[in-house]
Design a protein around this ligand. Structure first.
Ligand code: GLV
Ligand code: GLV
Length: 327
């Protein structure tokens, strides 16, 4: 009998088609995971979960007694109760590395868009409001030769620094849990305490994972420490900042603008003030969303799933101790 697999929200079609040949797969999208009876019944029988951002809580695990692996189609795994998975010997996997350059491109797109007001001016052109001569109300600010502060110098942070240093002659400051001598050497990056980084950067880029330690790490106080000409970019998770404090900082002119790919609530509520702010550039959490990268992520997630269900070690485990214990 084929093993039962639950696919959730995002597995690219060619990969899903292949998985359906190997497993008994059911695909669910945005269901009410606490109450949807179809979902809960399948969860009760399933041995593997593959997909995007299913909240895997203790309560959910209580209803999934046969589960052996949760394979995230994402690098972030703040949707998982990792200690609980590990306690139950359930493997958890993510899709690191293959999305690094794609996410760094997205972040750079937000930097350029916010600095040069590209979405706002695009709208102006298309709505028939391009009038000559152009004046200061069209001006942006330079990106090249400015100072970029990166909070979270992991792999994606380093890929952003690479673009900034080699492509835009920017000065790189960074803040991370650990110092990163490699980044210091390759990009002339300098370590700063958070407060110093915030005060010295023209662009502040947040790219740290969401953890209990980073939740809400950028709020009222931190926005006040930034230059009033600063542009703030969030490519991590909505909850690493206090969104209402960001909105207040934009309203009061404590910072000049922002570029956001992630939000406290996704999709955003239609009454979110960010929706009517021209100096807030927004994208709907598309950091890794290119054809090439999404397909590669789904493929890696499928590889992890297959391994986990056949007793081999999944290539990119988040909790390798589960594997070590099993052997
Ligand atoms: C996207 O946000 C990811 O974690 O891969
Ligand atoms: C990476 O993001 C780190 O904080 O070391």
């Amino acid at each position: 009998m084929k093993k039962k697999v639950l696919a959730y929200n995002r597995v690219e079609k060619p990969v899903l088609d292949q998985l359906e040949k190997e497993f008994d797969v059911r695909f669910f999208k945005n269901v009410d995971v606490e109450n949807d009876s179809d979902f809960l019944q399948w969860l009760g029988e399933t041995e593997g979960i593959i997909g995007l951002a299913l909240p895997v809580t203790k309560e959910l695990l209580d209803r999934a007694p046969n589960l052996k692996i949760v394979s995230n189609v994402s690098v972030g795994y703040d949707n998982l109760d990792l200690p609980e998975l590990t306690k139950r010997n359930i493997a958890a996997t993510n899709t690191p590395d293959i999305l690094t350059d794609t996410v760094a491109d997205t972040v750079f797109g937000l930097i350029l868009s916010a600095a040069r007001r590209i979405p706002e001016l695009d709208h102006k052109v298309k709505s028939g409001n391009w009038t000559e001569p152009l004046g200061p109300d069209h001006y942006g600010i330079d990106v090249h030769h400015k100072t970029l502060g990166i909070i979270g110098m992991g792999k994606i942070g380093a890929a952003i620094a690479q673009r900034a240093h080699f492509g835009f002659d920017m000065e790189i400051l960074y803040h991370s849990r650990r110092s990163k001598p490699e980044a210091e050497k390759r990009f002339d990056a300098s370590y700063r305490e958070l407060d110093q980084l915030l005060g010295e950067s023209d662009f502040v880029c947040l790219i740290t994972p969401l953890t209990p330690e980073t939740e809400g790490m950028i709020g009222k106080r931190e926005f006040r420490l930034m230059k009033d000409s600063a542009i703030f970019i969030n490519g991590s998770r909505g909850k690493t900042i206090v969104e209402s404090d960001l909105i207040e900082a934009l309203e009061k002119g404590e910072i000049a603008g922002c570029g956001l790919d992630v939000f406290e609530k996704e999709p955003m509520d239609l009454h979110n003030p960010l929706l009517s702010m021209e100096n807030a550039v927004t994208t709907p959490h598309i950091g890794s969303s290119t054809w090439e990268t999404e397909l590669a992520m789904s493929e890696l997630a499928a590889k992890n799933l297959r391994a986990g269900l056949s007793g081999e070690k999944p290539p990119t485990m988040i909790n390798p101790e589960v594997w070590d214990k099993r052997r």
